[in-house]
Design a binder for this molecule. Structure first.
Ligand code: NAD
Length: 331
């Protein structure tokens, strides 16, 4: 079976989502077959995800590469076994999850089912099929309100402050166990707030851009000093593919994929207002339960081991997201 990380078919979970659809396009562009799995979780409209898949299908067509898409749930073990048997993927890139911090407080069991049970079922299907490696999305949220920053991969983790963060940490622990028992290489990638074209509509940049353009007031939580290490989608995708290509040398590894340039909420809103060309009106509200004060990635390890070099400035990235939103009619 062809299992080389550059050429083997990839089973990509969450392929219809924001990050998944971009990863699919990059894999296809470098000549790698992709089998996408997604259950169109209703967290945001199916029409957005269908449009993401249309973009992937267009890349597949123009590159002459196979892209198979299957609608299905991670927790459907027989379907996963069938997918592995049919396509013999040598690698899994696992991005499917119920994402979002605040909604996880309303539905902790739903998050545990999709993220923890789903990941466990996927790992077992990959093992049974003799798959060679897994690269999986974790999150900066596992650092919680860590007392020191920037956040380093091997720092002791403070307690997760949302069910979402707890599920992502649980997946990292399952990855460690899976690697211990099978020796299969597994990478956990801690993404730091990802933005850019096709960003999930619930995330702050997408929703604030729409509101500024419409003249709807922005509701800001806290005094504006909280900060996020916003990371542009193209930089994240480069990190995901570098992890796919290099995880075999490490066995079990956690890598931060961030930008290492935290932006305060106030700076974020100023940049968005400049890009849209309108002054927003602002309502203040207290910090929300489950939210953290700041995120900030230390990139020493991912730079050294993955050659990861995020290259997109925040303002440039916001401009590309805004032009995409306008052309896609999302404003
Ligand atoms: N976007 C970010 O800023 C960010 C930050 C940290 C981590 N992450 C992680 O990166 C991954 C991708 O995030 P995204 O922003 O692209 O989110 P997304 O919601 O756009 O994509 C996730 C996809 O997974 C699918 N999915 C959910 N549950 C499923 C299930 N049980 N079976 C099959 N498919 C299922 C959804 O339908 C969706 O299309 C997620 O694991 C998320 O937790 C994202």
């Amino acid at each position: 079976m062809n299992q080389h990380p550059h050429t083997t078919p990839v089973l990509l979970t969450g392929a219809a989502g924001f990050i998944g659809s971009h990863v699919a396009q990059r894999l296809l562009a470098r000549g790698q077959p992709v089998i996408g799995l997604d259950n169109f979780d209703p967290f945001y409209p199916r029409s957005h995800k269908q449009a993401n898949l249309n973009a992937v299908a267009e890349t597949a067509r123009s590159r002459g590469q196979p892209f198979d898409f299957v609608e299905g749930d991670l927790c459907d073990a027989p379907k996963l076994a069938h997918l592995f048997a049919l396509h013999r993927p040598g690698s899994v890139i696992h991005l499917a999850a119920k994402a979002g911090v605040r909604p996880s407080i309303e539905d902790p069991a739903g998050y545990v089912r999709a993220n923890v049970l789903g990941t466990s079922i996927l790992f077992e299907a990959a093992r049974a099929a003799g798959c060679a490696r897994i690269v999986m999305a974790s999150s900066s949220s596992v650092y919680g309100n860590a007392p020191t920053a920037p956040f380093v991969e091997d720092m002791p983790l403070s307690d997760p402050v949302s069910p979402y963060a707890a599920t992502k940490r649980a997946c990292e622990l399952l990855a460690a166990t899976h690697h211990h028992l099978t020796r299969m290489p597994v990478a956990s990638l801690r993404f730091f707030t990802v933005y850019g074209p096709r960003q999930r509509p619930d995330l702050a940049i997408a929703s604030f851009l729409r509101k500024i353009a419409d003249g709807t007031p922005l509701r800001l939580f806290g005094d504006g000093s909280s900060s996020r290490d916003y990371t542009y989608i193209d930089d994240i995708v480069s990190g995901v593919l570098a992890a796919l290509d290099r995880v075999d040398h490490f066995g079990l590894r956690v890598w931060n994929l961030g930008n290492s340039t935290p932006i305060t909420l106030s700076e974020m809103v100023e940049t968005l207002a400049r890009v849209v060309g309108r002054t927003p009106s602002i309502e203040r509200a207290p910090m929300q339960p489950g939210d953290v004060e700041r995120t900030w990635a230390d990139l020493t390890r991912s730079r050294a081991e993955l050659g990861y070099t995020p290259a997109t400035s925040f303002e440039d990235g916001v401009r590309s997201q805004w032009s995409w939103m306008q052309s896609a009619g999302h404003r």
